[in-house]
Structure formats: C-alpha cells, structure tokens
Design a protein around this ligand. Structure first.
Ligand code: ZN
Length: 177
C-alpha cells in the first residue's frame, strides 16, 4: 500500500513544559519524544512541529491564562527537542493543528496519509488535532509514551476516545518506529 507517514510533535514549548502553564508530569515524555524524532529522521520521515503561537489579544486567553505569545521565549520549542534542518514548524492559535493553519496543505504536498501524533496535552491539542486529521482522512497512530495529560485519567480517557471515534492506533513507540 502506498502510504507515507509524518511525525507530528505538538506543543512541546517552554511555556507548557517549564513556564506559564507548566505541566511537570509532561517533562517525563521528553526522552521518548526525542527518541521518536531521531528514529523518524533515520527513516527520512517528515517531522512537523505543531506549535501554539498566540497573538497578545488572542481570544483563547478568555479560557486560559496568556501563554505561548509569538516572539517570546515561552513560545519557543524546548531546547531538548529543537527542530533540525529540514523539519517543519506549523504555528497554530487553537487546539487543533489543522484549524486555520497550513498543516493540511503541507501534509498533502508531502503525500502523507498517515500521521503519528505526539506531544501535549493528550486530551486537548492532541485530541483535537486527531479529530481534524480523521475528518480529513488521515490514519492516526499515537505512541503511548510520547504524549501526556494532566492526569492518568485524562490521558486514558483521551486514548479511549480517539481509539473509538477516530480509529487511532494507540501503541508503544517500539511497535511503531
Ligand atoms: Zn494556546
């Protein structure tokens, strides 16, 4: 079957790991996400960083404290996972990596029909990106150890939901890459 896979790394930004909206338990996935990115590079799979990048007056700040404001350190990808030459960075202003962004256009240009989702949070930006990916016909896999939520309960719920609603393939990284 003619299928091309891309790896998406969602919101691994200073503000979410170390800054304004710090999620300490999310820090533990960093080594596995790095391992995943290294394996993707080795296999010449496209690596796409999907990153919150808000304007100062973003309406999302009616719901969340201001974070990942464009041009600030907080909006930068964490040092441990800095993109390499040839990687892609797609900014977003909402939970879904597809909403009003160039992600779909990019993936289609790369002939991608299967995506591997990683990053944070499993039940917010990963889940909403999975929804939009499903609507657009992409197949979805998620390495369990490469995403995190604010609680085990939230993570388990999101996995089950994405499995049931979007047919997401929830597996270990070793099974995938
Ligand atoms: Zn945001």
């Amino acid at each position: 079957m003619n299928s091309k896979t891309a790896v998406l790394v969602i919101d691994m930004l200073n503000d979410f790991l170390y800054g304004k909206l710090k999620c300490e338990r999310c820090q533990r996935i960093i080594p596995d996400v790095k391992k995943m990115i290294d394996r993707a590079h080795k296999k010449n799979l496209p690596v796409v960083y999907v990153c919150d990048r808000h304007i100062k007056t973003d309406r999302e700040f009616g719901k969340w404290p201001p974070h990942a404001i464009e041009g600030t350190e907080g909006a930068e990808i964490i040092d441990e996972l800095k993109p390499r030459k040839g990687d892609y960075v797609v900014p977003k202003r909402r939970y879904s990596g597809f909403f009003e962004t160039s992600l779909d256009l990019l993936l289609r240009e790369l002939d991608v029909n299967e995506i591997i989702l990683s990053g944070i949070l499993t039940d917010i930006c990963v889940l909403h990106t999975a929804a939009d990916a499903f609507f657009r016909g992409y197949r979805i896999s998620i390495p369990r150890e490469c995403t995190e939520a604010l609680s085990d309960r939230a993570k388990d719920y999101a996995f089950k939901f994405m499995e049931e609603m979007y047919g997401a393939n929830i597996v270990s990284l070793d099974e995938l890459l």
